[in-house]
Write a protein that binds this ligand. Structure first.
Ligand code: SF4
Ligand code: SF4
Length: 266
C-alpha cells in the first residue's frame, strides 16, 4: 500500500518482517539530502490528509486542490490523492525546501516508512490480512549501511508510523475488500466520488452530513453527531463506517425506517 516514493527506484525483492534488521540513517549532512523528495510519487492515505491539512491550517478541499493530483489505487478503480509535483523540470515535492521537508512533523506515512516499502495483502485461504515489507534501495540514497542496526518494528515506532497504520486500518480493509472482488465488478462513478469524499475530503463530507438530508436517512446518535462535528479523527472513523455500509452493506450505520433512501440525499 505504501509503495515507492519515486517511479525510478529499485526495490530489492527481499521480504522483510517486523523483526528484520537493517542499518540505515538519514542525515542532512549527506550529499543526497532531499534527493528522495524529487521525482516524487507519494500517495496519501486518509490520515495523511488530516494531518497535513491541519498542519497547514487549511481545509481538505483547499489541500486537495492545491497540493494533489488524482491517482488510482493499484489493481482497483478506487481513487487516491498523490502529491502534485512542482511545475519546474526537476519536479520536486512542493514541500521540499533547502532545509528539508517543510511539513516534517506532518509528513505522509509513505515518507515515514522510507526506505521501507509497506503493504497489506489479503490471504484468501486463511481469510486474513497480512503485512509485508520490502527494502527500497535507490542508487542515490546514501543512508543504507549507516548507523546502528534497527528493526522494521523499531523503525515504525521511531518514525511515528504506528498511529497512521492504526487509524488507516479500517480504510485499508475496504480497499482490500474491493480488490478481492476482482476487476469485473465495476463501481458506479457516483460511488467512487463518495469514496473519495469520505476518505480524503472530510470537510466536504462534514458538510454533506450536516447540510443535506443525511441525518434524515441514517440513524446517527446525538453523541456521535457532537463527536464528528468538530473532530476530524472521529469523522474519519464515521466516514469509514458509512463507506462500509454503502459499499458492502456492513457496519454499524443503519438507515431509518424507509423514511427516505440513500439516493435521495442531496
Ligand atoms: S539518506 Fe536517503 S532518505 Fe535520507 S536524504 Fe538521502 S536520499 Fe533521502
Ligand atoms: S512530504 Fe516531505 S518528506 Fe515527503 S516527499 Fe515531500 S518533502 Fe519529502
Amino acid at each position: 500500500m505504501y509503495g515507492p516514493k519515486t517511479k525510478t527506484e529499485r526495490i530489492i525483492p527481499v521480504k522483510l518482517s517486523m523483526n528484520s534488521e537493517f542499518s540505515f540513517s538519514c542525515d542532512r549532512e549527506l550529499a543526497c539530502f532531499g534527493k528522495c523528495c524529487k521525482e516524487n510519487h507519494v500517495i496519501l492515505t486518509p490520515y495523511d490528509v488530516i494531518q497535513m491539512k491541519q498542519f497547514l491550517g487549511i481545509t481538505s478541499d483547499e489541500f486537495l486542490f492545491l497540493y494533489t493530483t488524482l491517482g488510482k489505487i493499484e489493481a482497483t478503480d478506487l481513487p487516491i490523492p498523490v502529491i502534485k509535483p512542482r511545475e519546474e523540470a526537476s519536479a520536486p515535492c512542493p514541500f521540499l525546501t533547502d532545509n528539508g521537508c517543510s511539513i516534517y512533523e506532518a509528513r505522509p506515512v509513505a515518507c515515514r516508512y522510507y526506505p521501507i516499502g509497506a503493504g497489506l495483502f489479503h490471504n484468501k485461504d486463511e481469510a486474513t490480512n497480512e503485512r509485508f515489507f520490502a527494502m527500497i534501495n535507490e542508487p542515490h540514497c546514501l543512508g543504507h549501511g549507516l548507523s546502528q542496526t534497527t528493526t522494521v518494528e523499531k523503525w515504525r515506532q521511531d518514525q511515528g508510523v504506528v498511529p497512521y497504520d492504526e487509524k488507516n486500518a479500517a480504510w485499508v480493509e475496504i480497499v482490500l475488500k474491493r480488490k478481492s472482488l476482482g476487476p469485473f465488478i465495476t463501481i458506479p462513478d457516483k460511488t467512487l466520488q463518495m469514496f473519495f469524499m469520505a476518505s480524503y475530503n472530510l470537510d466536504a463530507f462534514r458538510r454533506f452530513v450536516f447540510g443535506s438530508k443525511f441525518l434524515d436517512v441514517y440513524v446517527v446518535s446525538k453523541e456521535r453527531q457532537r463527536e464528528i462535528e468538530k473532530d476530524d479523527s472521529a469523522l474519519l472513523d464515521f466516514a469509514i463506517d458509512w463507506l462500509k455500509a454503502t459499499l458492502f452493506g456492513e457496519g454499524g450505520i443503519k438507515i431509518r425506517e424507509q423514511k427516505a433512501s440513500p439516493d435521495s440525499i442531496e
